[in-house]
Write a protein that binds this ligand. Sequence first.
Ligand SMILES: Nc1ncnc2c1ncn2[C@@H]1O[C@H](COP(=O)(O)OP(=O)(O)O)[C@@H](O)[C@H]1O
Ligand SMILES: [Mg+2]
Length: 398
Amino acid sequence: MGDRWHSGAVHDNPFRPGFGISPPLLAGRDALLDEWREVLGLGAWSPFRAALVTGMRGVGKTVLLNAVEDEARARGWTVVHGTLHDGLVDALEHDRLPALLQERDPEAVTRELTGLTLPQLGGGTTQVVQRYPREPRLESMLARLVELAEGDGAGVLVSLDEVARDSLDELRRIAVAVQHLMREDRRIAFVAAGVPAAVAAALEADGLTFVRRAQQVRLDTLTLAEARAAIAEPVRARGRTIDDDALELAARASEGYPYLVQSIGARAWEHRPERTAIDVAAVRRAVAIAHEAMGESVIVPALRGLSARDRDYLAAMAEDDVPAATADVARRMGATTGLAGRHRARLLDAGVVVVPERGAVDFAIPRMREHLRAHPHDAQLGLPTAARRTFQGGEDVR
Ligand SMILES: Nc1ncnc2c1ncn2[C@@H]1O[C@H](COP(=O)(O)OP(=O)(O)O)[C@@H](O)[C@H]1O
Ligand SMILES: [Mg+2]
């Protein structure tokens, strides 16, 4: 009985509920990846040479970037990957680009080292940095990397994750360097990803025309068929099965939201790992746990980035079981339709709501409605909760 257990079935769980961890099956992204394969195959010119991936948290931006990077490396391309934050340019210039240059061009570094009599400068990385002029160091290092890659019949992919409002300067500096090489028609490709609000800020920012011209890729949730495949194929690949009705339940409960697909899959797998078949009971339990976990992992972080009035808008929406009429939301908020419309626009930008039809608005993230009803104070993050209020006033015990 315990054999499968002891052979580590739980640990063989193929599902990856988390962020930035590549799933066992990247469902529904084949057509997109084909576009990038074309870029990397050095075929005809493709608009995907510079692309901007956007979509709400958990929709699969990071793992798509990972897949594009894997494709690039498999074709011998050099990948310059970074997560946008203050200091990324610095890290690229002093650390990552020198390391890549050294990897690509060890001889040049050796030659340089033997020709120099400055042992106190230390490792090769320092030597590489010394070779590049102080100012457009990012540009010249990238240019050299491209040159080396082209010599091998490949190119350089610059892949940037987590585009954010407060790191637009870093994005700008990197974009300028990339744009320069693209204008010279060098073999360089660029892809960046971020939530819609951050990408919208990048599109509006000065000096980022290059980004404005990039191919926009708005990642959608998975179709029902893709969600089924994302769950069923990894299960079968590991020698287990999932009953048809169980699969249907799991796929529908995910609403095609990739994070939830992995979360439900992982919990269904670990419910009775010693059994071969995953049944409806296992999926039911898994869905309940996965839905509950959405609050902590996705919904609260999404709410945290919003203003108090934007959250009021969501709370007003949550009163309906179906997509809310925008006029009702405005009335419940005690706001003019114009003002409510501005909140809605910001929530659309943030990827938190969608417009299913004119005059209506719905939640983009599964379970947000239910979460806001069950935890109304989450819509007022930062304001005193009912629990905290019980500590206010009363006797002073000092
Ligand atoms: N196409 C997909 N098929 C199956 N699972 C996916 C897919 N895209 C993402 N996932 C899963 O969803 C979760 C969130 O993906 P991630 O790329 O981190 O989202 P984002 O960067 O958009 O917030 C991860 O656990 C990942 O394994
Ligand atoms: Mg991400």
